[in-house]
Design a protein around this ligand. Sequence first.
Ligand code: ZN
Length: 468
Amino acid sequence: MRHNIHPRPSRPQAARVLFAVAGVYLFFAAVPPLRARIEHKPGFNTFTPQQDIELGREAARDAERQMPVVTDAQLSEYVNRLGQNLSRLAPGHRYPYQFKLINAKEINAFALPGGPIYIHTGIITAAASEAQLAGVLAHEICHVALRHSTNQASKAMLAQAPLAILGGVLSGGGLAGQLAQLGIAFGANSVFLKFSRGSEQQSDEQGAQILYDAGYDPRAMAQFFETIERESGGRSLEFLSSHPNPGNRERNILGLISKLGPPRSFTADNIEFEAMKRRVAELRPPDARSRGAAPAGRPQPAEPSRRFRDLNNDWFRIGYPENWQVYGQGTSTVAIVPPEGIIPGNGGSLPTIAYGALISVYEPVREPRRRLTLPAATEQLVRELQKSNPNLRVVNRSAGPRRPDGQETFSVTARGQSPFEGQTELNWITTTFRPEGLWYVVFIAPEGSWNTYDPVFRQMLEAVRFPR
Ligand SMILES: [Zn+2]
C-alpha cells in the first residue's frame, strides 16, 4: 500500500527548516583566506556530522550482511592501520573512520557517511605499491570528510521532497527510517554514493594533500587511476561508475604537486604491502552462501510481539506490538509497522508499506444540502487510495461495530499487489467520522500471512480511542 494523501504542512516546522537552512548559508559565508595548501570544505548540508555517523553505522550493518568482509586478522589489521594513519590527516570533523576489506576481485571501493570505508581485495591485487593503495584510501577518506554523500542527499531532499520535510513527515522512528520514507538510503548501491564529478575532483585534490602529508608520493594516486582506466579497456568498472573521472584526472593531480608543499623524499617501502598482496592471492573465494541473507526475497518481519505499547497522539490513541515502529508521529499520517515492513521508494517515489497499519484523515468532498453517509465517504477514500495503488480491488464492504462513544464505523477489504514478490496483499480499511474529517486506518499484510496478523490488527483497532 502506497499512500500519497499529503499531510498539510504545519507552520512551526516549516519555519524551523527555513531557519536551519539560513543558518547553513550564514555559516559557509565565512570563507577563510586562501592558502597554498589544499583545504576543501564540506558543501551545503542539512544533516549534522553526528547524523552522518548514525546513517553510516546503519548502512554499514546492512552492507556487511550482504558482502563478504575479510576476516584474516593480518590483512584487516594492515588495511585498518594504513587507513587510520591517513585519516588523522583528514580535514574537518573527526569521524570514527573504519577500514575493512571485502573479498571481491572487482576493482571497487566505497565510503559510507560518517566513517565506514570498504576496499575490495581487487584493489590490492591491482595496486603496484602501498602508495597506490594509500591513494585509494585517502580518496575515500575525503568523501567522508567532505560529506559528499549527505551533501548530495541534502540537495535531493530540497529538490524532491520539500513538501514532505515541511509537512513534518520527518518525525518519529530512527533517522534512517525517516529518510527511507523519502526514498533516501545510503546502502552500498545507493545513488548518494555515486559521486558527482565535482566531488570527485575535490576528493582527488584533498586526497593528494593527505598522501603528501603522510609521506607518500601523491603521484601514486594519479598512477593508480590511470592503471584502472587502462585496465577497464572501455568496460565500465564499478569503481569508475561510482567515482567518475572528473576529466583529465591524472593531469589535474600532477598539476597540484607544487601546491601541496615543498619537495620532499617519499617512502618507497613496499615490503609489508607485498606480503599482504600474497595473502590476498591466497584468500579462498567468498562462500556463495554467505553473500546476501535472503537473495531470493526480502527478509520477513519478525512475529508481532504480544506485548503492546501505547501511542498517544493529540487526535487518537492506539496500541501496537512493541517490536513495531511508529513513523510520522505528530503529523496527520502515521505508519505503525514492523521495521522490515516498510520498503523505501526509489529516487523520490513513495515508500510502500507491506505490513502494518497506516492511519490518517481524509477530507471527503461534500455536496451542498446532502448528508454525506459514512459508506459514501469511505468510497471516496478508496478511490483516492486507488490512485496510488491501481491494483487495489474491493472484495468486501460492511458496517463495522459502533465505537464506545456510539459513533458508527465502516469497513472495506481490498486486495492489492504486495511488494513481496508474487504475493497478493489484503488491505483492511476502517473509517469513522471525526471533527477533522474521515479518520481511517488501513491494516496491511500479504494474504498468505493474514491469519498471523489479523488478531494483532483487531487488538489494535479495539484499542483505538479519540479525545472528546
Ligand atoms: Zn570518489
